[in-house]
Design a protein around this ligand. Sequence first.
Ligand code: GUN
Length: 299
Amino acid sequence: MQYNFIMQILDGKLISQTVKDGIKSELENYLSNGLRRPHLVAILVGEDGASRTYVDSKERNSLALGFDSTVLRLPASTSEDELIAIVEKYNNDDSVDGMLVQSPLPKHINENLITQTIIPHKDVDGFHDINMGKLAKGDEGFVSATPLGVMMLLEAYKIPTQGKHCVVVGRSNIVGRPMSLLMSSNRAYGNATVTVCHSKTENLEFYTKQADILIAALGKPGFVKADMVKPGAVVIDVGITRIEDANRKSGFYLRGDVDFEHVQHIADYITPVPGGVGLMTIAALLSNTFKAYKNHLGL
Ligand code: GUN
């Protein structure tokens, strides 16, 4: 095995804090001029433990920045019609800048229908077809928070993407697909040559080994092994899986899609789990909400 002693951790805690500090100081300026606060509405349906944690964190971080936060915690028995009516109410509420419905939703609710009900200029998750379409075309809109957070992290560390070979493992609408679009887009940060791999890809490691930037977003803990990574690569781990552990107070620990222990010796840059992409997702969501607020008030 080739050992690498210049490996650098991409510190999501540090960079997300920098992003949040930037928003906070810009907002303080607006507030001191008498403007109202940005307002984010988050809707959670059901009891999924991870989703509850994410929504709690979104609420905590919104309040810490000086945003108004409304969180609806609805029972799993909420009907599709009830949820649509709630989303429409916030669509029409002028005091609300951004809205998200935490996924996954209970099986009896059509998630895509809910996503398409959120009015695109309040869709701070960037899941609406209009925002996905804008991203595909390279137009300005809302971009899904996790891929946007990854771009913020790469940019903060001045890691070049132009002309590099980026391999994205995963093609979900929330991460893999928008990630590959961002990386290939003709923007200041992008312009990579992108390969998208997925569950049907044959000989996956043939592709992952060619990646200058490898983005793992497949949701399989520890899947990316050291022999699948090119020496000197930038490795971005999007996976956050809860692994049961009775010895911990929480009853679980978090594991990424990358076998960090071994891959860290091969990669030049790598994101840890926790402390990497997850924190950037929150920062990117707050950034999208702030953008929605500024658009809304014409700032
Ligand atoms: N579930 C997993 N990731 C996300 C996200 O970014 N937004 C929402 N609304 N739900 C999610």
